[in-house]
Design a protein around this ligand. Structure first.
Ligand SMILES: Nc1nc2c(ncn2[C@@H]2O[C@H](COP(=O)(O)OP(=O)(O)OP(=O)(O)O)[C@@H](O)[C@H]2O)c(=O)[nH]1
Ligand SMILES: [Mg+2]
Length: 296
């Protein structure tokens, strides 16, 4: 049981690569969402739940906001911006090592129409590479926080402030929940993260992952998971498989390790590669891989 009397939803928004997902993981204290030095890592709105004192905070990690002609990128930006009007508070995250870009201006403009509380979060201050950009010029904020999502500096203070800002409300999720996403989804994301880690610049943007089957065998303390890595072209399939199957083996090894850590059980992970020609350009295929206009 808990004594939660206050609750609310908090959106984390910003352009790609500013550290939104790193911050969500820091808040929940687990590797819930995937991160990478490459931009456009997060593709869906993903919930992270934490209880702090009397408040339950339901965070939304969102895809990076950026302008693009591509259907898939437009979907991601739309997903992020539409989240803003549904929350009690917004964390507008910027990268202290960079300047203000069009993406920040897009977000600032949208924030002007939003009722919830607005906090400016200046991230990556651990780098010591803040060149004096005045981010607070982006709008009116209820607070400005300088943090390191990676190292944790300033994160606790921000969390306390957010907890205080939550209105009276119901308990949305049980005590032990950290997300409303199923383990299948997290497994797919872990596999996708390893593709970001192990393959070159463009390839990760052509990759989607689906879990085909998942069977828990409690007697043997093992989960048996079959998953497919979808790419857009045959040449990409060859890269994912690698010489003598080395690449796919390494992807599987790393994803399995993360999954075992999260689940606390052994995992048998079997990976396959499939070609879905130009799936990023097809509304139907985007939907099939979980990138649609529903509430996620
Ligand atoms: N030095 C430093 N690096 C950070 C910090 N926060 C995040 N990073 C790094 O910045 C990169 C991007 O982090 P993510 O959390 O994936 O960024 P994101 O905003 O979720 O990116 P998208 O999902 O692409 O929109 C990763 O390499 C992180 O390790 C920080 O506080 N300090
Ligand atoms: Mg992210």
């Amino acid at each position: 049981m808990n004594d939660i009397t206050h609750s609310g939803f908090v959106a984390i928004v910003g352009r790609p690569n500013v550290g939104k997902s790193t911050l969500l993981n820091r808040f929940v204290g687990e590797k819930l969402v995937i991160t990478s030095p490459k931009p456009q890592t997060t593709r869906n709105r993903i919930t992270g739940i934490i209880n702090r004192g009397r408040a339950q905070l339901v965070f939304f990690d969102t895809p990076g906001v950026h302008s693009s002609e591509k259907l898939f990128n437009q979907y991601m930006t739309k997903k992020a911006l539409s989240t803003l009007s549904e929350v009690e508070a917004v964390l507008f995250m910027v990268d202290s090592t960079k300047g203000i870009t069009d993406a920040e201006k897009m977000i600032a403009e949208k924030l002007g129409e939003v009722d919830g509380k607005k906090f400016l979060v200046v991230n990556k201050v651990d780098t010591g590479r803040w060149r004096g950009t005045d981010f607070s010029a982006l709008g009116e904020f209820d607070g400005v926080y300088e943090i390191s999502a990676l190292k944790g500096d300033g994160v606790d203070g921000l969390l306390s402030r957010l907890a205080e800002a939550m209105p009276e409300g119901p308990v949305y999720y049980p005590d032990d929940a950290i997300t409303d996403r199923p383990e299948r989804f997290i497994a797919q994301e872990y596999i996708r993260e390893k593709v970001f880690e192990l393959t070159g610049e463009e390839l990760p943007y052509s990759v989607a992952v689906t879990v085909e089957s998942w069977e828990d065998k409690p007697a043997k303390n093992v989960s048996v998971v079959y998953a497919t890595i979808h790419v857009e072209r045959n040449s990409q399939k060859a890269i994912i498989i690698g010489k003598g199957g080395q690449m796919i083996k390494e992807i599987g090894k790393r994803a399995r390790k993360d999954l075992q850590e999260l689940l606390g059980t052994k995992v048998f992970l079997d990976l396959h590669v499939g070609v879905e020609r130009n799936w990023t350009k097809s509304p139907h295929q985007l939907k099939r891989f979980g990138y649609d206009d529903g509430d996620r």
